[in-house]
Design a protein around this ligand. Structure first.
Ligand code: NI
Ligand code: MN
Length: 227
């Protein structure tokens, strides 16, 4: 059994069947929706979709404390190393790598990029999503993204999909429904909403819109989903 714990916004922890802890987009201490502090979190790997503060702000302190391996774009991982992170694995869009816990592929996402804390501006990087396969399960964290045709390429490859629905900074509920039509995941967990008023959404209304296309699991921050 794998356990996904949602921490609010785009932040979650995934414990794989073999007990490896993957933290996605660590945004704990400044995250108004989050119920835990960064210093209470454990991690073996940290997967960072991009360098915006609402996905990256606790990455470096968490990696330095836990010695977790940061996985992300080459530029973002290089930045982390310059800031004292010991373990990192740089990748790029479309590439996959097999780690001890499973296989990670960086998927396209359409979103602007900057790196929180990069004063030289040399690490600007695109946003990515993560397709993670482990123990016969296929998990997809879309990152921050618009509705893109690239979702078609994921068709039939995803069991559990985390999709942003907040609108304004990412796709909203209507585009997320179209994403589901393209990806055809079994289970959808909406993310990146209700953190601030500008991305307020009603997840129950989203669930109703999705209808029979997929099972929608609404996770209040701090709650978990086993699969
Ligand atoms: Ni962003
Ligand atoms: Mn964001």
């Amino acid at each position: 059994m794998a356990k996904l714990t949602y921490h609010g916004h785009a932040t979650c922890s995934l414990v794989t069947d073999d007990g490896t802890v993957l933290v996605f987009d660590p945004f704990f201490d400044d995250n108004p929706a989050c119920t835990v502090r960064a210093d209470q979190v454990e991690a073996d790997y940290i997967l960072v979709s991009h360098g915006h503060g609402d996905h990256f702000s606790d990455c470096i302190p968490l990696a330095r404390r836990t010695d977790a391996t940061v996985i992300g774009t080459f530029e973002l991982v290089s930045f982390c190393r310059e800031k004292g992170v010991k373990n990192g694995h740089g990748m790029n869009i479309g590439g996959a790598h097999v780690f001890p816990f499973g296989r990670v592929k960086l998927t396209p996402a359409l979103h602007t990029g900057s790196v929180d804390g990069d004063t030289e501006g040399t690490h600007t990087t695109n946003c990515v999503g993560f397709l993670v396969e482990f123990g016969g399960k296929r998990f997809y964290h879309a990152g921050d993204t618009a509705l893109i045709m690239d979702f078609h390429l994921l068709q039939g490859q995803v069991d559990v999909a985390l999709l942003p629905i907040g609108d304004n900074f990412t796709m909203g509920p209507d585009d997320a429904v179209r994403a589901i039509e393209m990806i055809e995941p079994k289970v959808v967990i909406p993310i990146h909403y209700n953190t601030w008023p500008v991305i307020a959404q009603d997840p129950q209304a989203f669930k109703a819109k999705v209808g029979g296309r997929a099972r929608v699991e609404i996770l209040p921050p701090g709650s978990s989903y086993d699969f």
